[in-house]
Every structure is written in structure tokens, then in C-alpha cells.
Design a binder for this molecule. Structure first.
Ligand code: UTP
Length: 295
């Protein structure tokens, strides 16, 4: 039981990405590069590192570049092979062989809860992971695997939690409850983007492991904050009926769906690349020095 693998994850990527307009007029937000790799590829790599074989992508209108990215690029691979660009060919092949990707259309972006519900018939009757297409976790043990292990231990839905400054609680789903150990919370309350009186400063981050029962709950969930069908509202119902675990994951989270978060992610991942680090650091030092002089 304890080494049972997580087999399926759902990756919602059908949102409009309005915070990144005009770039997202034609480019899906999830395809914007972090250094030289689309955000979504980092997320798929996390799933693969967690042992996931089947990935269900929730896709939307005008976002077919996502499917193309994980497909075989026959013409490009042939041209590169003719030019003896073997390393590039291998790089592209690896992407198309990474995972079994199956795409479902969310015909209208009615919210994250609705996006997850679109995967109902493909997920079937097993527990499954949800990984948001713009939320990155950089960690030694893949973020979704940390949650899966907590799921196996507690046999309840598990959601990723991260402490945020009190000034930011209105931007997140917020959970509160009793800490069972340093990382694990038995959730007693969860609310979406509280305008006032947040129950804690533990924010819900874009990784979940959920029982299939969530689909029936989502079908009954009315539109909530922003007129959208909110996953958080369905999680509150699940918590009340079956219990829900929050897991304070180990690792660094980057919100690539937010402009500052996106820029930080680019710097953080560029700093891991020896060929980029020195040049980037030189530039950052001049920026910091110039800012210091201007003060
Ligand atoms: P976000 O709320 O960050 O995405 O959803 P968004 O709506 O595209 O962003 P903005 O605010 O307009 O810039 C988190 C993830 O859930 C997906 C998004 O694609 C993103 O990866 N999502 C959101 C859906 O798949 N469907 C939806 O209806 C909403």
C-alpha cells in the first residue's frame, strides 16, 4: 500500500491568463518560458519525477500550442537531424516521450473547480493529483509526491499549504486547523480569498491529491468568488464530510502566473545554470548598486 504509485494527475491550463496580456493573446500563459523551457514543462517534469504515467491536461480555446509542445515535432526533428543537431533532436524527443498526455477541452473558463470536473470521466474511480499549470515547486522530493505520501498515510484528500504574509491572505484559499506534526494539518476550515478575518495565514498552493468523490461534490458546487466554480468551495464540502489534510510541503514555490513571481522564477532557475549565472549576477549587482545610489 505504502508504495502504491500515483497514476493520474490533472493539470488545469485552460484559464485566460489575463494578467499576462498582451503576451497571452496568442501564447498560453503556461507556455511562457522560465529561462528556455515552458512553465508547464517544469510541472510535467515534477509529475514524471513523482512516477506519474498519465497526465490529463485541461485545455482551452486557442491553447493548442500546449498539446503541440508535448507531441512529436516531425518536421523540426527531421530538419535538425539533417543538420546533425543531435543534441537538439534528443532534447525534443525526450519531451514527446515524457508522459502519456491526454487533453480535455474546458469549453468555457468557468473556474478551477469546473476545470477539474472536466476530467471526471478520464480519472475514473481512483484518487488523483491536481497540479496547477502556472504554479511551480522546486524541491528535492517532487511536490506532488510529498502530497501523495501524505494521502497514503491519512487516506484523506491532501492539499498543499504555504505560509504567506497576513497582507496576502486575500489572494489565496486559506486553510486553518490542528497541526498533527510539523508539516501536517487536520483542516477544520477552508475559505477562498477571504476579504477579512482570514482563519490563518496558511495559503492553499496549486497541488492537491483528491478522492474521486470530489467530482460529485463539484457537480453540486454553485458559483462562488468571481462568479467561478471554485475548487476551494468543493474542498470545504469534502472537509466537512470526509476530512481534509493540509501539507506544508518542503521546497520553494514560484507563482509563474503572477508577473513578479514569474520574473523571480526566471532569475532563480537561471542562477542554477552555470553558463548564465555569472552574467546575470553581474547585471543584478549593477541594478542593486544603482538603486542604492538613487536612494
Ligand atoms: P489562474 O486563476 O491563475 O489562471 O488559475 P487564469 O484565470 O488563467 O489567470 P488570470 O488571473 O486571468 O491571469 C490557475 C490555473 O488554473 C487554470 C489556469 O489555466 C491556471 O493554470 N484554470 C483556471 C483553468 O484551467 N480553468 C479555469 O476556468 C480557470
Amino acid at each position: 500500500m505504502s508504495d502504491q504509485p500515483l497514476t493520474k494527475v490533472v493539470v488545469p491550463a485552460a484559464g485566460l491568463g489575463t494578467r499576462f496580456l498582451p503576451a497571452t493573446k496568442t501564447i498560453p500563459k503556461e507556455m511562457l518560458p522560465i529561462v528556455d523551457k515552458p512553465t508547464l514543462q517544469y510541472i510535467v517534469e515534477e509529475a514524471v519525477a513523482a512516477g506519474v504515467k498519465d497526465l490529463i491536461l485541461i485545455n482551452g480555446r486557442g491553447k493548442s500550442a500546449i498539446d503541440d509542445h508535448f507531441d512529436v515535432a516531425f518536421e523540426l526533428e527531421t530538419t535538425l537531424a539533417e543538420r546533425k543537431k543531435t543534441a537538439d533532436v534528443e532534447l525534443l524527443k525526450k519531451i514527446s516521450q515524457m508522459v502519456n498526455l491526454c487533453s480535455v477541452r474546458q469549453k468555457q473558463p468557468l473556474g478551477l473547480g469546473h476545470a477539474v470536473l472536466c476530467a471526471k470521466s478520464l480519472v475514473g474511480n481512483d484518487p488523483f493529483g491536481v497540479m496547477l499549470g502556472d504554479d511551480m515547486i522546486d524541491s528535492a522530493v517532487p511536490g506532488i509526491l510529498q502530497l501523495w505520501r501524505a494521502y497514503l498515510k491519512h487516506q484523506q484528500g491532501v492539499i498543499a499549504l504555504m505560509e504567506v504574509p497576513p497582507s496576502q491572505t486575500h489572494l489565496y484559499g486559506i486553510a486553518a486547523g490542528e497541526m498533527l506534526d510539523d508539516r501536517t494539518m487536520k483542516i477544520t476550515k477552508i475559505v477562498e480569498k477571504p476579504k477579512s478575518n482570514p482563519p490563518s495565514n496558511m495559503a492553499v498552493i496549486g497541488r492537491y491529491v483528491l478522492p474521486p468523490k470530489i467530482f460529485g461534490i463539484l457537480e453540486q458546487t454553485e458559483r462562488g468568488v468571481g462568479g467561478e466554480i471554485q475548487l476551494t468551495d468543493a474542498l470545504a464540502t469534502l472537509q466537512a464530510s470526509d476530512g481534509l489534510i493540509g501539507y506544508r510541503f518542503e521546497g520553494i514555490r514560484h507563482d509563474a502566473g503572477d508577473k513578479v513571481g514569474y520574473l523571480i522564477a526566471n532569475i532563480a532557475f537561471a542562477m542554477k545554470r552555470p553558463e548564465l549565472k555569472a552574467g546575470l549576477l553581474d547585471y543584478l549587482r549593477t541594478v542593486v548598486a544603482a538603486e542604492g545610489r538613487a536612494k
